[in-house]
Design a binder for this molecule. Structure first.
Ligand SMILES: Cc1cc2nc3c(=O)[nH]c(=O)nc-3n(C[C@H](O)[C@H](O)[C@H](O)COP(=O)(O)O)c2cc1C
Length: 471
C-alpha cells in the first residue's frame, strides 16, 4: 500500500476514551472470578498475577470479577470483597502492578448476589434475601428467597455506594455495577422474580428504581469524574434453559411478562434511563442467572456443576436434595438432559447490544461468545468495545495476536464451560483436556495461572513445554 492509500485502520486496535479513561484498544477482559483471594475477601498476589497475565496479553482493559459489597457474604469462599475498608489496602497495593507496565485500565465490578449466593461458611438467613419471596431450585443455596424490607433495601444501596468509594480510593480506573447475572439488582429488574407491589415493584419503572437508586448513590460517592458503568442483561429469557425454568415452579409464571422476564424493548428503555442518570458505559450480556446459555454459550458442564452442588449440599435441605438428584441416574443421561437448550454460538448478544447502542449515546461494550476477528470487527461497527472471558482464559495472548493479525499458537476455547462449572470449587484455568497433550500438562497450565510468584525467570517459571496447549 502506498502512503496515499493507507490500509483502512482496523477498529479493534484503536484507542478509545470513555470519561477520563483512555483505553489503548477496544478489547476488554470480561469478569472472571475464582478462588484466588484470602478467606476474608482481600485480594492476594495470586489474584494479582492472574489479572496481570491478561494485561501482558494486550487487552486494553480488565473488568474484575464481582467484588462483593455486602460484608456478610463470603460467597463463594475466597472470592474478593470490597465491603470493608480493610479490603482497600491490598487492592491499592496490587492495582499499579496490573495496570502500569502495559497501560491496561482496570475496572472493578461490584455486586451483591442476594438469594443467588452460591455458598457460605455457615448457612446464613440473610443469604436468602431478594426482591420478593419465592423458590429457585437452580440458583443459591437457601431453601426459599425472601422479600427485603425497606430498611434492608436502603442498607443494600448504601453498601454499593461505600464499596464504590473504596474502589476509587484503591486507585481503579472505574467501577462497574452488575445488574446482570441474576444478582440482587437483576432480581429487582426481573418481573419473574420481583413480584412486589410497593415502590420497588409492580411496574417496570418501579422494578428499575433499585438500580436507579444504586446508580445515584454510587455517583454521589465517587464524584462526577469517575467512570461508572453498568453490566446489563439485554433480555432475561427466564424460560431458558427449560430445566431451570421448571426449577423455578412455572405455575408462579402465569402472566407472560413473568414467564419470559424483561425483553429487549424494556431493557432498551432502562438503558436510556441509565444514560440519563449519568452512567458512562453499558456492558451488555443476556439471560438470567450464572451460568445461563445466553451468557456462556456452549455446553452445560454437568459433571462440574454436580461437583459444586455436592460441595454445598450441607448448607440447606434444597442444596442437599439438588445434589442428591444429580446422582440418581447415569451421568451420560443427566449430561444430555441438562444440556437441552444449551448450544455453541458466536457473538450471541451482538444483535441485542446493537439495538441498545442505536438508542443511546454512551459507549456500549458487547460480551458473549467472541474469539474470532471477523465477529469482533463486525461488533465494533456499532458497539464501542468487545469483552471476552473464556477465549482469554484459553489464550491470554489472544488480544495481541488479534491486533497484530498473528496466527494463534494454541488451540481455541471449545466452550466446554468446565471452567464455569469449576469456578467456585477449583483454581481458575482451562479444564478442557482435549486442548492439552496430557492431564499433567493441563494441571501445570492451571497452576501457572495461580502462582503467588508470577512468572519469574528460572526453570520453573513457566509451564513445561509439555504443559503448553497443543496447536
Ligand atoms: C470462570 C468464569 C468466571 C466468571 N465470573 C464472572 C464474575 O465474577 N462476574 C461476572 O459478571 N461474570 C463472570 N463470568 C462471565 C464472563 O464475564 C462472561 O460474561 C462470559 O464468560 C461470556 O463471555 P465469553 O463468551 O467471552 O466467555 C465468568 C465467566 C467464567 C468463564
Amino acid at each position: 500500500m502506498s502512503d496515499l492509500h493507507p490500509m483502512p485502520a482496523e477498529v479493534l486496535g484503536q484507542a478509545l476514551t470513555i470519561g477520563n479513561v483512555n483505553f489503548k484498544n477496544r478489547l476488554l477482559r470480561s469478569s472472571v472470578g475464582g478462588r484466588n483471594c484470602n478467606y476474608d475477601g482481600s485480594v492476594t498476589d495470586v489474584w494479582k498475577n492472574f489479572e496481570k497475565r491478561f494485561a501482558q496479553g494486550g487487552v486494553g482493559g480488565i473488568i474484575s470479577t464481582t467484588f462483593h459489597v455486602n460484608q456478610s457474604r463470603l460467597a463463594p469462599l475466597q472470592y474478593p470483597s470490597i465491603a470493608l475498608q480493610r479490603h482497600v489496602f491490598a487492592l491499592k497495593k496490587f492495582l499499579p502492578e496490573i495496570r502500569e507496565e502495559h497501560g491496561t485500565r482496570y475496572i472493578v465490578q461490584i455486586g451483591d448476589p442476594g438469594y443467588a449466593t452460591y455458598s457460605s461458611l455457615f448457612p446464613e438467613d440473610t443469604d436468602g434475601l431478594s426482591a420478593s419471596d419465592g423458590f429457585d431450585f437452580a440458583f443459591g443455596y437457601t431453601n426459599r428467597r425472601r422479600a427485603m424490607s425497606q430498611a434492608q433495601i436502603q442498607e443494600a444501596i448504601s453498601n454499593y455506594a461505600s464499596a464504590a468509594a473504596r474502589v476509587r480510593e484503591a486507585g481503579a480506573d472505574g467501577v462497574e455495577i452488575t445488574a446482570a447475572k441474576g444478582y440482587l439488582i437483576h432480581q429487582f429488574l426481573n418481573p419473574g422474580i420481583n413480584a412486589r407491589d410497593d415502590d420497588w415493584g409492580g411496574s417496570a419503572d418501579k422494578r428499575f428504581r433499585f438500580l436507579a437508586c444504586v446508580v445515584d448513590a454510587v455517583r454521589a460517592a465517587v464524584g462526577k469524574d469517575f467512570l461508572v458503568g453498568v453490566r446489563l442483561s439485554a433480555a432475561d429469557h427466564n424460560q431458558d434453559p427449560r430445566l431451570l425454568w421448571w426449577g423455578r415452579l412455572p405455575w408462579h409464571f402465569k402472566p407472560e411478562e413473568r414467564r419470559s422476564g424483561s425483553g429487549i424493548d424494556q431493557m432498551r428503555k432502562h438503558a436510556l434511563a441509565l444514560q440519563d442518570l449519568g452512567v458512562d458505559f453499558l456492558h451488555i450480556t443476556a439471560g438470567y442467572g450464572f451460568p445461563n446459555p445466553h451468557d456462556v454459550p456452549g455446553r452445560f458442564p454437568f459433571e462440574e456443576v454436580r461437583m459444586f452442588f455436592d460441595s454445598v449440599r450441607h448448607l440447606s435441605a434444597k442444596a442437599s436434595a439438588r445434589a442428591a438428584l444429580t446422582h440418581v441416574a447415569p451421568t451420560a443421561w443427566l449430561d444430555w438432559l441438562t444440556n437441552i437448550g444449551w448450544k455453541e454460538a458466536n457473538a450471541v448478544n451482538l444483535d441485542s447490544a446493537n439495538i441498545i447502542k442505536a438508542a443511546v449515546r454512551i459507549p456500549v461494550i458487547v460480551n458473549g461468545g467472541f474469539q474470532d476477528r471477523p465477529d469482533i470487527e463486525r461488533a465494533l461497527q456499532a458497539c464501542d468495545m468487545v469483552s471476552m472471558a473464556r477465549a482469554l482464559m484459553a489464550d491470554p495472548d489472544l488480544p495481541r495476536r488479534l491486533i497484530r493479525r498473528e496466527a494463534s499458537q494454541v488451540p481455541r476455547c471449545t466452550r466446554c464451560n468446565k471452567c464455569v462449572g469449576r469456578t467456585a470449587t477449583s483454581p481458575l484455568g482451562c479444564y478442557d483436556q482435549s486442548r492439552f497433550p496430557s492431564q499433567q500438562a493441563m494441571f501445570e497450565a492451571i497452576m501457572a495461572f495461580n502462582r503467588p510468584d508470577g512468572a519469574p525467570s528460572g526453570s520453573d517459571a513457566q509451564p513445561s513445554e509439555a504443559a503448553l496447549p497443543q496447536a
